[in-house]
Design a binder for this molecule. Structure first.
Ligand code: FES
Ligand SMILES: [Fe+2]
Length: 342
């Protein structure tokens, strides 16, 4: 079961140009399109006439025209003309979804339209604000979106899955974990003192060479599927453990795990930094390092989903202290989903 009354990321702004884009969200096929005046539409991706996906049609002025017999639909999902006749059948309409564009992402609201306030879009300002450089893409993952969330909330895996990029074992083994419910979300803070920097950090050249660092991972979960991670390191003993981060290496991994189906996820992610923002070599470094790390996660998540499907369902037979954040996040999400049920 999914949380319906929420915004979900359906596409990057840059993906939706003059061609319609088809994407399934919460098991519903949706076509997103940009009209000639730049307005966005998001409507069900199935023509009510003979069921051709409307995404196979084309945008013409302010409407999307079906690629089979040419019915034309506006952004409200209403058929506004039928080429072969004057009469427009009243049932020639499709569901329209509230749609917004913010932070370089296109968002659709999957619940009751009256509740769709743009103010409810979670804050991802680092994706587009001046002073930051962001690189990212979408991974299509053959796993339930909650497994992807779990993976991001419990970074004790970093020292085992990502040893070639962002990981070293110390973060999982020696890290101090603090989990708290704050506002609408869950915060998970992990710090570790006086450890060697991981390979990616060394490559940035921001940290003093050959010195140990204090590292932090501050993870914020917002239901149903948003995880913002602020990570970094600063020379050991220079205040990072007391919350002074500015002088160190700061970066953010910003994630939105949109459920496609019960077992598959459109995983939108970006790596963001606030140093050397006009340096294409660093864009490339962060993009390739995080891409590589997330391919390592994909390998784990898809194998995990396969094993869960084969045994007929998920359960927690063994739990660890490091699961604390995952549990709180899952409980919060389940509570919201239950509250939506009649
Ligand atoms: S199937 Fe779309 S117009 Fe006929
Ligand atoms: Fe990972």
């Amino acid at each position: 079961m999914f949380l319906r009354n929420s915004w979900y990321v359906i596409a990057w702004s840059r993906e939706v140009t003059d061609k319609p884009v088809s994407r399934k969200v919460l098991d519903e096929p949706i076509v997103v399109f940009r009209t000639a005046t730049g307005a966005l539409g998001a409507i069900a991706d199935r023509c009510p006439h003979r069921h051709l996906p409307l995404s196979m049609g084309r945008v013409s002025g302010e409407v999307l025209q079906c690629g089979y017999h040419g019915l034309r639909f506006d952004s409200s999902g209403r058929c506004v003309s039928v080429p072969s006749q004057e009469f427009i059948p009243p049932r020639a309409c499709v569901k329209a979804y509230p749609v917004e564009e913010k932070y370089g992402w296109i968002w659709v609201w999957m619940g009751t339209a009256e509740a769709a306030s743009p103010d409810l879009i979670p804050d991802y300002h680092q994706l587009t604000a001046p002073g930051y450089a962001a690189v990212g893409k979408t991974n299509h993952v053959q796993a339930n979106y909650r497994l992807v969330t779990d993976n991001l909330l419990d970074l004790s895996h970093v020292g085992f899955v990502h040893t070639s990029t962002i990981g070293n074992a110390e973060m999982g083994e020696k890290g101090k974990l603090h989990v708290a419910k704050e506002g609408d979300g869950i915060f998970i803070r992990r710090t570790v003192a006086d450890v060697p920097p991981p390979p990616t950090y060394i490559k940035t050249g921001v940290l003093p060479a050959g010195r140990n660092i204090d590292r932090w991972q501050i993870i914020e979960f917002l239901p149903p599927c948003f995880v913002k991670i602020h990570v970094g390191g600063a020379e050991a003993g220079t205040g990072a453990l007391e919350g002074k981060y500015e002088h160190g290496l700061n970066s953010w991994v910003l994630n939105a795990q949109t459920p496609e189906t019960a077992d598959t996820t459109h995983y939108f992610w970006a790596s963001v930094r606030n140093h050397a923002i006009d340096n294409p070599a660093l864009d490339e470094l962060f993009f390739s390092q995080v891409s590589e790390a997330f391919e390592e996660d994909r390998c784990i998540l898809e194998a995990q989903q396969k094993a869960i499907s084969e045994r007929g369902g998920d359960s927690w037979d063994v739990t660890l202290q490091a699961d604390a954040g995952v549990f709180q996040a899952r409980r919060l999400l389940e509570k919201l989903i239950r509250a939506e049920q009649p």
